[in-house]
Design a protein around this ligand. Structure first.
Ligand SMILES: O=C[C@H](O)[C@H](O)COP(=O)(O)O
Length: 162
């Protein structure tokens, strides 16, 4: 079974998002591309798109996601607010490899104002070359991130009286 991929951008990233979406649709490793905006010409601030796309992954409707804004950084910061999400900007091949193999990240963030279109398209493609190995030496480190998230999440829930 192939990947279900959610994709999103703000107005500063929509051109790359459209190009990457077309590439993903032509990629035989990908079963479904879920475009959560923005549409060309539409202007929605990046946190709203980043969280919406991250929830698509966290709630199980997508396996991975790609987010594009001006730098990739605002999208990453926003997506990481969704529990269970590991998102980061990666603008070189080695970082994209380690993003999956070291960090088990589900979300790749790219900056349209930082890297060229051809590199962005190449990195988006490479993101699907890798699968995290849960028996690797990296796994306990990712587990530690999840444990901190659970501990801190439980604490804040209690503080809110949830
Ligand atoms: O990280 C934020 C993005 O780069 C966004 O596209 C632009 O944000 P700004 O308009 O606040 O610079």
């Amino acid at each position: 079974m192939g990947f279900r991929v959610a994709i999103g951008a703000d107005i500063a990233g929509v051109d790359y998002k459209e190009a990457i979406k077309a590439d993903l649709k032509a990629d035989e490793r990908i079963d479904e591309v879920i475009d959560l905006g923005v549409a060309p010409g539409e202007d929605v601030d990046y946190p709203h798109v980043g969280v919406k796309v991250a929830k698509e992954v966290a709630e199980g409707r997508a396996d991975r996601a790609i987010l594009v804004c001006g730098t990739g950084m605002g999208m990453a910061i926003s997506a990481n607010k969704v529990p269970g999400i590991r998102a980061c900007t990666a603008h070189d091949s080695f970082s994209v490899e380690r993003l999956v193999l070291s960090n088990d990240a589900q979300v790749l963030c790219l900056g349209q104002r930082v890297i060229g279109l051809h590199l962005a398209r190449r990195l988006a493609k490479e993101f699907f070359d890798y699968t995290f190995d849960s028996s690797s030496a990296s796994a306990p480190k990712v587990d530690a991130i999840s444990a901190y998230e659970a501990e801190l999440g439980a604490g804040s829930g209690e503080a809110r009286g949830c």
